[in-house]
Design a protein. Structure first.
Lengths: 194, 446
């Protein structure tokens, strides 16, 4: 059984200083075992200005086993899969300690964004680029941040316009955007898959 | 606790209702006590309950540490990742300190944990002498501990406390259950009892204005003075760091319970140290000065003692010590006296303890014939009989594989049997019997 009291405490504790820490935590529905976190991209990195959404699943044995985390927002980073958002970080695996919390784990993710570890990659392509053509890596990462991590700044009308320009009928664009909660990328995926 | 606001007609009913409300309030109402962050468990993020202090000086709850331990090899401190191999006993000094400082919150925690314990069928040790008094305070009718059973269910808290009979029975209970520093505890009980009575009679300010903690609650076992730079031994007893001298080839034993202190580092419990410095700043400063002078006098010997303690016993990253490789490891089983977990070497299992937790001893503790209580409140008695249990055969094979090609993944899968008991028949699977003991010899204690 999931330790509900601890997760409740973590939720309140994390959201108490979310402005300062740059990480926040919300519930996904009623289930305390499924959380959604956001971290802001660290300043001075290609991720600056972006808000990254993280899917958090709390396993039954938590806090004695690490929470399962992955990026929902697409991000270009050697230790994060550009395909599915899987994260390569030791404290989310064998270096987990029950004294760590979801918040500290998210702060570690924030730190991971500012200091990539290309020698222990999750995404080999990104890692290769990071090592061999660093300027290209920075540009790509910045572009991905602009494109995927800043969607909240773009108004719904702009999203509709963009998608309509791509050739989708306006009606279905609006409908799909609604169902995915305004997420442009998810909407595009849905529209493409029919 | 607000006074009951429900309408009542006659005086008797009013009194009865008040009693009931008080009892209920104490148990169910959310604790209003503001808990010092130092006394929050790093694992459950709640008030420490039955605190355990690891050798590195970090504190956690009994159950939190128990669950965080690794039955396959060394365990690591959740905070500093310092390795340890022994599950320490509960630090009673801290336990009673917390009970005194946060009587309401601590009771809530106790209730919570007791329910969880009932669910899993494992119980943490009880410290009767103090629970008795607190049981009287909270609900005279539900107390299950001898010494307070004669309290009439209807008496109020203050009445229960004031009644000399109760105090006497408390005293009796304390002295009978605790042979060691019983006097101190009784005194502490009294002090607390009167204080709590005071709190409840003045309904306006409860338990907030004055915390009845005195220096006698925080004494070193050795020098009987206020603790200075406290260290907590594996047996849960607290000493000033300067009061402990460890010889290089001799094992340090607690002066009170004679438990041997496992070799390895022993660090000051900083949370407790800060607490002392904050709450008893004058006394603490005096102690600091006294110990400084003492050290100038006997610099040589003091340094010797410190050095031994600061040396971590092993710097290897390996999960198993080299000395372990030739010995059987009883995965998932711990020694109930010294707390070694998992047991390395001989494992003696009590045949007469029926608790789910079982009762096991390591070879060393078995041979030392010590009579300390178990780690899980087992009703173990000295006349119980023991049998020697061999580690499962495949554990030994896996161990061999592990030492050769480090296939730790398979170890984890195969030996995940903490709750499973070892039967004679299963031991027969063992292929590498060469190092095992000759027979399934059954021993009995004297």
């Amino acid at each position: 059984m999931v330790d509900l009291t601890r997760i409740q405490k973590e939720l309140t504790d994390c959201n108490r200083d979310k402005r300062v820490s740059g990480v926040s935590l919300t519930l996904c529905g009623d289930d305390l075992a499924h959380l959604s976190g956001t971290i802001s991209g660290p300043i001075g990195t290609p991720y600056e200005g972006g808000t990254f959404q993280i899917d958090i699943r709390i396993p039954d044995d938590y806090p004695f086993v690490p929470p399962k985390m992955k990026f929902l927002t697409k991000v270009w980073h050697p230790n994060i899969s550009s395909q599915n958002g899987a994260i390569c970080l030791d404290i989310l695996k064998d270096q987990w300690s029950p004294a760590l919390t979801v918040k500290t784990a998210m702060l570690s993710l924030q730190a991971l964004l500012s200091t990539p570890e290309p020698n222990d990659p999750q995404d080999a392509v990104v890692a290769q680029q990071y090592i061999r053509e660093y300027p290209t890596f920075v540009n790509t990462a910045r572009y991905w941040t602009e494109a995927f991590a800043k969607r909240t700044s773009i108004g719904i009308e702009e999203k509709v316009k963009k998608l309509v320009e791509m050739g989708f009928p306006e009606n279905s664009v609006r409908k799909v955007l609604n169902t995915v909660g305004g997420d442009e990328n998810l909407a595009l995926e849905k529209l493409c898959s029919g | 606790m607000d006074s009951p606001s429900q309408p009542v007609n006659d005086a008797a009913a009013a009194a009865a209702a008040e009693d009931e409300v008080r009892t209920v309030d104490l148990v169910s109402v959310d604790p209003v006590e503001e808990i010092d962050e130092a006394f929050l468990c790093c694992i459950c993020l709640d008030l420490l309950y039955k605190p355990i202090v690891l050798a590195c000086g970090h504190i956690s709850c009994f159950w939190c540490i128990h669950r965080a331990m690794n039955g396959m090899g060394k365990s690591y401190c959740p905070i500093c990742r310092c390795p340890y191999r022994h599950f320490p006993s509960i630090c009673q000094l801290l336990h009673f300190l917390l009970l005194k400082m946060y009587p309401l919150a601590y009771r809530v925690r106790e209730k919570q944990m007791l329910e969880e314990e009932k669910e899993i069928g494992f119980f943490s040790p009880e410290f009767e002498e103090n629970l008795t008094s607190s049981d009287v305070l909270v609900s005279p009718s539900t107390s299950s501990i001898s010494g307070s059973q004669d309290v009439p269910a209807s008496c109020t808290f203050s009445a229960a406390i004031c009644c000399p009979d109760i105090m006497e029975s408390l005293d009796n209970a304390s002295t009978s259950t605790l042979g060691q520093n019983g006097d101190e505890n009784i005194e502490a009980d009294r002090c607390m009892a009167t204080e709590v009575k005071h709190n409840f009679t003045n309904d306006g300010h409860k338990h907030k204005s004055s915390v009845p903690i005195c220096t006698t609650d925080l004494q070193c076992i050795a020098c009987s003075e206020l603790l200075f730079r406290p260290v907590v031994l594996n047996c849960g007893h607290v000493y000033c760091k300067s009061c402990i001298f460890m010889q290089v080839d001799e094992q340090f034993r607690c002066q009170l319970c004679e438990s041997p202190q496992p070799k390895g580092l022993l660090k000051v419990c900083l949370e407790l140290d800060h607490f002392l410095e904050e709450h008893f700043s004058n006394e603490y400063a005096i102690r600091r000065e006294a110990i400084r002078l003492q050290h100038i006098d006997s610099h040589q010997s003091a340094m010797q003692g410190w050095n031994c303690f600061e040396n971590p016993f092993s710097s290897t990253k390996s999960n198993l010590q080299h000395s372990d490789l030739g010995r059987s490891i009883h995965y998932g089983f711990g020694c109930d006296y010294c707390g070694m977990f998992p047991i390395v070497g001989e494992r003696h299992k009590c045949k007469d303890c029926n608790e789910l937790a079982g009762f096991d001893l390591c070879g060393e503790c078995y041979n030392s014939c010590s009579k300390r209580p178990g780690r899980f409140n087992q009703q173990h008695r000295p006349e119980h009989k023991f049998e020697l249990v061999r580690a499962k055969g495949f554990h030994r094979i896996m161990l061999r594989l592990a030492s050769e090609s480090s296939e730790d993944g398979s170890i984890l899968v195969l030996s995940d049997d903490a709750s499973e008991d070892l039967e004679d028949g299963q031991v027969g699977h063992s292929i590498t019997d060469d190092v095992l003991e000759n027979s399934e010899s059954t021993n009995s204690t004297t």
